[in-house]
Design a protein around this ligand. Structure first.
Ligand code: NAD
Ligand code: IPM
Ligand code: MN
Length: 367
């Protein structure tokens, strides 16, 4: 699994927990259970504070991200463990935009790191692919692009309606995510970086991506560089995922390609992500959403949230504990102690209990 850079390496941590909606409320408590299980034997002081920011709260009180929340998280917490947001009762998705995108933007979490790692050969839908073939990381720009909400309607609701959504790309924003991808490659002994855009059609925004990529790559002569248009990347990743090591791309393309990648490694149920600003309070979450189609049934896969927690521990400098979480998930996959999305018959909480026990044993063994 990908290494995540440290925040402070300190011995204590304060973690804000935002379960959110749907299965976010089911998988997040399991991840906290596993985190507590690994923190206890090594006596790591670790405090969890839960926040109920969600569709329920929005519908009840009209509140999305409360006033002062960003400053509080920034100043009083080391990391945020996030579940998912999205609820059919809020078709505008306003609460999710204000809470999740609000945190990404206002905490300036410009790196969205989304590792795609096949944990067992049987999990991939690709024929004849094995664990060693699928081991890539998507670095998604996380603070700009089509997500910034610049745009508007003209003549809304009339036959002449116009809807505009601007794609915002700053020199600083493009450069820092590309540079981060290269720096990550250099520090983690990854050999190849592929930048993906749509510069053949998006001739202004992605011309900037092209120019910055050409410039930054010169500083990393030891790293093999490649460019692919995003449509070709989507095809190539399925045809032969072995080609890819590190992929860096814009906000929207990173969103799409990371779900595609997740499925190659067994599905959304086990894909983790980190929303990071190096050295500052950062946010960790599974790649999946609130999954209204299975919410409330107790069958959601908690692996994505637990693996996101492992990324969080690594960010906090707790490497043995992070490794223990990952080893526990690997064992559960190997022993087929899994939820229905992976072909098993276990329930979310059963898997959480199993992982907690296994991870605690691992961490005692390792430390
Ligand atoms: P989704 O990720 O919620 O679900 C897609 C499919 O994957 C569904 O069939 C679901 O059952 C399955 N799935 C996802 N996670 C799973 C898990 N842990 N275990 C087993 N199966 C799992 O995507 P969607 O249905 O497009 O979106 C539902 C809502 O979630 C929407 O409101 C969307 O905006 C929101 N969303 C939020 C986030 C987030 O908070 N980061 C991410 C993606 C989608
Ligand atoms: C994700 C989600 C979000 C995104 C949505 C909920 C706004 O799909 O985290 O991947 O597009 O970033
Ligand atoms: Mn997504």
């Amino acid at each position: 699994m990908a290494n995540v850079p440290l925040r402070n390496g300190g011995p204590a941590a304060r973690i804000a927990v935002i379960p959110g909606d749907g299965i976010g409320k089911e998988v997040t408590p399991e991840a906290v259970k596993v985190l507590k299980a690994v923190a206890a034997p090594t006596k790591r002081p670790c405090e969890f504070v839960e926040f109920d920011w969600s569709a329920d709260k929005y519908l009840r009180e009209g509140v999305t991200l409360p006033a002062g929340a960003v400053e509080m998280l920034r100043d009083e917490f080391d990391a945020i463990l996030f579940g998912a947001l999205g609820d059919p009762r809020v078709p505008s998705n306003q609460h999710a935009a204000e809470i999740l995108l609000g945190l990404r933007f206002q905490l300036d979490l410009y790196v969205n790191i989304r590792p795609v790692e096949l944990l067992h050969d049987r999990l991939t839908p690709l024929r004849d692919r094995t664990e060693k073939d699928i081991r890539l990381i998507v670095f998604r720009e996380n603070t700009e692009g089509l997500y910034v909400g610049v745009g508007g309607f003209f003549k809304k609701g009339t036959p002449d309606e116009i809807a505009v959504q601007e794609d915002v790309n700053s020199r600083k924003g493009v450069e820092r995510i590309i540079r981060y991808a290269f720096e990550y490659a250099r520090q983690n002994n990854r050999k190849r970086v592929c930048m993906s855009d749509k510069s053949n059609a998006m001739t202004f925004a992605h011309d900037l991506w092209q120019r910055v990529f050409q410039e930054v790559r010169r500083e990393y002569p030891e790293i093999e560089c490649r460019h692919l248009y995003i449509d070709t990347l989507a095809m190539e990743i399925v045809r032969d995922p072995r080609q890819f090591d590190i992929i860096v791309t814009c906000n929207l393309f990173g969103d799409i390609i990371s779900d595609l990648g997740a499925q190659l490694a067994g599905g959304l149920g086990l894909a983790p992500s980190g929303n990071i600003h190096p050295g500052r309070t950062s946010l960790f979450e599974p790649v999946h959403g609130s999954a209204p189609n299975i919410a409330g049934k107790g069958i959601a896969n908690p692996f994505g949230s637990v693996l996101a927690s492992a990324m969080m521990l690594e960010f906090l400098g707790w490497k043995p504990e992070a490794d223990a979480l990952r080893a526990a998930v690997r064992s559960a996959v190997r022993e087929n102690y899994v939820t229905p999305d992976l072909g098993g018959d276990k329930r979310t909480a059963e898997v959480g209990d199993w992982l907690a026990q296994k991870a605690a044993q691992q961490v005692i063994h390792r430390s």
